[in-house]
Ligand binder design. Structure first.
Ligand SMILES: C[S@@+](CC[C@H](N)C(=O)[O-])C[C@H]1O[C@@H](n2cnc3c(N)ncnc32)[C@H](O)[C@@H]1O
Length: 231
């Protein structure tokens, strides 16, 4: 799959997230009108994480979804991994998830070792999303689940036009006031525009080997949750 992040090198993507890290959570909440937490909570519930299972939240950033996973299933082991040290070190410490600095394309886990892999707003940023999905498939045991939470396509035409205007005009302007790296939000708008729609991402998940691939729209399709299972 071609990646919107292909316009940047992996080092460039990491440096960009290192720069946005100081105000990342605030910018997310303001620019999504407070919906980002609910999106991650839905993603955590979609994993159906059970007691005793191990979940890895890839490209975990500041740990929003990682914490949501630990909250929906306190009896599970929850790990978060990201290659931006500046993002990971802002993930709250203390009891709960454990965090590591690592590359999504070379996960430091053996084959068939995890029950759940999640990724929220991260797949689009990988230099090779297909390789990322293959890597998720490799580390999941048979019966393991992947949940991808990613920007997608609004389904209602009128809403879709308004959303396009928001992405192109409002978001970059608002980001100038809110973010520590406004240019990153121009990249965000471009990368959302060139990302596959719901059916396109489902096809790609199937192509790398996931079974029972399904998706559910959130906020009218601004975000989609895709779920797949390892046979
Ligand atoms: C938009 S943020 C999402 C963070 C978090 N999952 C959330 O929901 O807020 C994307 C994250 O992907 C991480 N990332 C991008 N490419 C990566 C890679 N190859 N390996 C690990 N993390 C990566 C970035 O460092 C960044 O923290």
């Amino acid at each position: 799959m071609s990646s919107p992040a292909a316009e940047r090198t992996a080092d460039g993507v990491r440096a960009m997230f290192d720069r946005v890290a100081p105000r990342y959570d605030l910018a997310n909440t303001l620019l999504s009108f407070g919906q980002d937490r609910a999106w991650r909570q839905s993603a955590a519930r979609a994993t159906r994480l059970a007691p005793g299972e191990t979940a890895l939240d890839v490209a975990c950033g500041t740990g929003g979804l990682t914490r949501a996973l630990a909250k929906v299933q306190p009896g599970a082991t929850v790990l978060g991994a990201d290659f931006s040290l500046e993002m990971v070190r802002r993930a709250p410490d203390g009891a709960g998830p454990m965090y590591l600095v690592g590359d999504a394309l070379e996960l430091p886990f053996p084959d068939d070792s995890l029950d759940v892999v999640t990724i929220a707003f991260g797949l689009r940023n990988l230099p090779d999303p297909d390789q990322g999905m293959r890597e998720f498939h490799r580390v999941l045991r048979p019966g393991g689940r992947v949940v991808v939470c990613e920007f997608s396509r609004p389904t209602a035409p009128v809403f879709s036009q308004a959303y396009d205007r928001y992405l192109v005009r409002v978001l970059p302007t608002a980001a100038k006031w809110i973010s520590s790296d406004p240019e990153a939000y121009q990249y965000l708008a471009r990368s959302i525009g060139s990302w596959p729609d719901q059916a396109g991402l489902a096809r790609r998940l199937r192509r790398v080997g996931f079974n029972q691939v399904q998706w559910r729209d959130l906020s009218g399709g601004i975000v989609a949750l895709h779920r797949g299972v390892v046979a």
